[in-house]
Design a protein around this ligand. Structure first.
Ligand code: GAR
Length: 208
């Protein structure tokens, strides 16, 4: 088993990042968080990282004259911190091809619904849970998937369901899903740490 040397990309409060950190602390996930990167200087994820002595960087496309310079700097930072795996944890930006090529099948994303439903551009955060409620779904859930060049599209690694009740508000659905996200993300990462994930086209096979 190889320990994952993780970069966490997060745009917001970073509860998934915190859950990953917790799973490592509890010995449930064989990984080390090398660096946390956010496109948002005020992200809670950066505060949590700094409080826990994890290198934390605000890096955004807006700081660069073009996208490839931004990608080059991202790659430089990832190399400098000896990263071998990336976890997108509430990261609201598209990862461009150069990074995807360099970390081929080594980038995971978590999405707060059962893909391929309720995914794609513009489907994030509360929009997802509002759409699930409006559609009248009886279940929703979490998808952890590999990242390719389209939003919410790469091979699925872990999915878990939660019920939707008729009296639920979008916030109630979001909270139920989030609790499940915190379990699912560490579980998916641990499958990679144990080298149990085989990728065949758009399907993953998980070795027992
Ligand atoms: C999570 O619910 C995550 O699934 C979602 O953003 C939230 C981030 O919360 N991601 C997306 O919607 C991506 N399409 P967190 O900052 O507390 O981890």
């Amino acid at each position: 088993m190889k320990s994952l040397k993780l970069a966490i990309f997060a745009s917001g409060r970073g509860s998934n990042f915190q859950a990953i950190y917790q799973a490592i602390e509890e010995g449930k996930l064989n990984a080390r968080i090398q660096v946390v990167i956010s496109n948002n200087a005020d992200a809670g994820a950066l505060d949590f990282a700094r409080e826990h002595q994890i290198p934390a960087l605000h890096l955004s496309r807006n700081q660069f004259t073009n996208a490839s310079m931004f990608d080059l700097e991202l790659l430089r930072v990832l190399r400098e911190h000896d990263v071998n795996f990336i976890a997108l944890a509430g990261y609201m930006k598209l990862i461009r091809p150069q990074i995807i090529r360099e970390f081929h099948n080594r980038i995971l994303n978590i999405h707060p619904a059962l893909l391929p439903s309720f995914g794609g551009k513009g489907m994030y955060g509360h929009f997802v849970h509002e759409a699930v409620r409006e559609y009248g779904c009886k279940v929703t859930g979490v998808t952890v998937h590999l990242v390719d060049e389209e939003y919410d599209h790469g091979p699925i690694v872990v999915q878990k369901t939660v019920p939707v009740y008729s009296e639920d508000t979008p916030e109630m659905i979001a909270n139920r899903v989030l609790e499940m996200e915190h379990v699912a993300y560490a579980e998916a990462l641990q499958l990679f740490a144990e080298e149990r994930v085989q990728i065949q086209g758009r399907r993953t096979l998980i070795r027992l």
